[in-house]
Design a protein around this ligand. Structure first.
Ligand SMILES: [Mg+2]
Length: 372
């Protein structure tokens, strides 16, 4: 059977036959911390769907409770229904979680399944996901992200310096755990990266006035991006930083956005210069492209948070996209466990258009030892 015939057959109806889920707990290479959290492992939750002779893979970084939500609440809501109608299945899932709460774990669970459905649809059609979404660009610039507050000065300089040497135009480090140490850490990073742009992320560690003072000090050291200077729930505080902070310094937030209303509130408040969104949290490909549309409507640039393999095709299709976060933990996990992982080259990532769908598959055997 030819590819077109096969696709036509699949398009004539492909009820969702199976939805399988798994969770893996992967230890970090060293203990990690930022301004407000410490961790030593990352949990990956995966979803595999099958319909019409095709299969799809999706994932999220979440609590393993998300796996239970998928099995108990999402699967019954979509099994047996048309798998290629991604928008309708997304709405089925959003409706199904009404009484357990959409933001948080439920939204992350939807993200994994929605992504798997998009992967399946693209594979059924025999095209890469970026082509199905409608590519806007061939590649997306990335920024190296790590620089944890748990790192000794040498490790910090080595990690950020290596990304700069690879050709990345910007790198990001964590600040805010011990504010008195920030200037020396930022200075060390600055020395290690040459003329590369330096981003800092406080993960909401500072108070408003403290953040304003820090912003001025960081600006002296050439910092051009201040992420979550105050809590991302403090929209007025973010707005204050945006209006009163140094010229040339972007205020960014949005990584905890789980639905379109969250992003709309943040944009309506004029709280950010660049909106961040995370498809593994904001309900998958469908939710992320909605965030991208909101950014376009508000004229605000979009930067993706974490999960580089998932965001690669989305950011190449999202018009307001400016850069993708090449996050140390997730790069390490995706390189280790995803067949088809595309590493950054010369400061950017480009989807492999020879692979249909999302372009990645879980290396189930290698992942098995992490299963939880
Ligand atoms: Mg952040």
């Amino acid at each position: 059977m030819g590819a077109v015939e096969l696709a036509r057959q699949r398009l004539s109806g492909a009820p969702l036959e199976a939805l399988a889920v798994a969770a893996y707990r992967i230890p970090t290479d060293t203990p990690e911390s930022d301004g407000t959290l410490e961790w030593s492992a990352t949990t990956l939750v995966t979803a595999q769907v099958r319909a019409g002779g095709a299969s799809g893979f999706g994932y999220t970084y979440a609590s393993r409770a998300a796996a239970m939500v998928i099995a108990d609440t999402l699967a019954p809501a979509i099994e047996g229904r048309e798998a290629l109608d991604t928008a309708a299945r997304w709405l089925d899932m959003v409706r199904a979680v009404r009484n357990i709460g959409r933001p948080g774990i439920a939204s992350m669970a939807i993200a994994a399944v929605d992504t798997a459905l998009w992967d399946l649809k693209a594979k059924a059609l025999g095209v890469p996901l970026v082509l199905l979404l409608g590519a806007f660009r061939d590649a997306i610039p990335v920024y190296g992200s790590g620089g944890f507050t748990s790192y000794l000065r040498e490790r910090l300089s080595e990690q950020l310096g290596a990304w700069a040497d690879e050709g990345m135009r910007s790198v990001k480090m964590k600040v805010g755990r011990a504010p008195q140490d920030d200037p020396a850490r930022v200075r060390a990073a600055r020395r290690a990266i040459g003329d590369c742009q330096l981003f800092v992320d406080a993960n909401g560690a500072y108070t408003r006035k403290q953040a304003l003072a820090e912003a001025a000090a960081f600006a002296e050291l050439g910092v051009t991006w201040f992420e979550e200077p105050v809590s991302s729930d403090d929209l007025e505080g973010l707005r204050l930083l945006r209006d009163q902070g140094p010229a040339g310094m972007a205020i960014a937030a949005g990584e905890y956005g789980h639905d379109g209303y969250y992003f709309r509130r943040m944009l309506e408040a004029g709280a950010v210069d660049v909106l961040q969104a995370d498809a593994t949290r904001c309900a998958g490909v469908t939710g992320f492209m909605e965030a991208a549309a909101l950014c376009a409507a508000y004229g605000v640039p979009l930067s993706s948070h974490c999960a580089p393999s998932l965001h690669l095709p989305l950011m190449c299709a999202a018009r307001p996209a400016v850069h993708l976060e090449y996050f140390h933990d997730h790069v390490r996990i995706e390189q280790m466990l995803f067949d088809g992982f595309v590493p950054a080259r010369s400061g950017q990532m480009a989807p492999d258009r020879s692979r249909p769908g999302l372009g990645i598959e879980l290396k189930a055997k290698d992942a098995e030892r992490f299963r939880c």
